[in-house]
Design a binder for this molecule. Structure first.
Ligand code: SF4
Ligand code: SF4
Ligand code: FES
Length: 237
């Protein structure tokens, strides 16, 4: 079959405005949108810019807007868009560096602010800090995050408020707040107990709808909110 891809192109070195360019490529129905992009780049237009690495939903680098919804180009099949033009645009709310490549720096900085690593002042036991199945199951879902940024780009609050920490940051905060081996729960909860933190979330569920790893993002944010109400009441500052 033939697939028609309409791609929003922008090169800040030569363009004043973004513009759409349409390409037609031959593709099997079971091929991914990423395969089409590669074919365009390798056979038709080497100037097309996009990120990719693993090709299998692991690295999170090929997130973009596909027919209006944020997702990974390597996870969307050509047959899912049969009979439709496939419109590809860079992730919304992010600054475009070139074509489908956006600047991820602020996004990663905000995740880093969450101190996404285990902190525990107690000396570790001789082998390792143990965790039982029940404890581990609390973070099983969020541990799947691949930092693709689809959730943050799709969030209507991010679009309105550039200071909002964004759903991906909360997923990483959750990862350590509810890890039984971490001893910074109070500090971590206090850090995001702000209007630009979890209280900025309006339960619009866009993050959950677009997450390619099916992480219950909104539910996780609401769990943090409840934990803040409970823990900070018990530990007034
Ligand atoms: S649930 Fe919250 S974080 Fe997720 S998209 Fe909606 S407002 Fe944004
Ligand atoms: S929570 Fe989901 S959508 Fe958000 S960065 Fe992680 S994997 Fe991507
Ligand atoms: S290329 Fe790695 S997630 Fe799509």
């Amino acid at each position: 079959m033939e697939a028609q891809l309409k791609i929003l192109r922008f090169d800040p070195e030569t363009d004043t405005e973004p513009r759409y360019k349409t390409y037609t490529v031959k593709a099997e129905p079971s091929e991914r949108i990423l395969d089409c992009l590669n074919r365009i780049k390798w056979e038709q237009d080497g100037t097309l810019a996009y990120r990719m690495s693993c090709g299998h939903g692991v690295c999170g680098s090929d997130a973009m807007k596909i027919n209006g919804r944020c997702g990974l180009a390597c996870q969307k099949l050509v047959k899912d868009f049969a009979g439709e033009e496939i419109v590809l645009e860079p992730l919304p709310t992010f600054t475009v560096l070139k074509d489908l490549i956006v600047d991820m720096e602020t996004f990663f900085d905000r995740v880093k602010l969450m101190r996404p690593y285990l902190i525990n002042a107690e000396l570790p036991p001789p082998k390792e800090r143990l965790q039982d199945q029940d404890e581990r199951s609390k973070v099983d879902a969020v541990i799947r995050c691949i930092l693709c940024a689809c959730c943050t780009a799709a969030c209507p609050v991010t679009a309105e408020n550039q200071q909002y920490l964004g759903p991906a940051s909360f997923v990483w905060a959750f990862r350590y707040i509810f890890d039984s081996r971490d001893d910074q729960q109070l500090e971590r909860l206090t850090q995001i107990n702000t209007p630009d933190g979890v209280w900025g979330c309006r339960n619009l569920f866009e993050c959950t709808r677009v997450c390619p790893k099916e992480i219950p993002v909104t539910k996780s944010i609401n769990t943090i909110k409840r934990e803040i109400q409970k823990t900070l009441k018990e530990n007034p500052q």
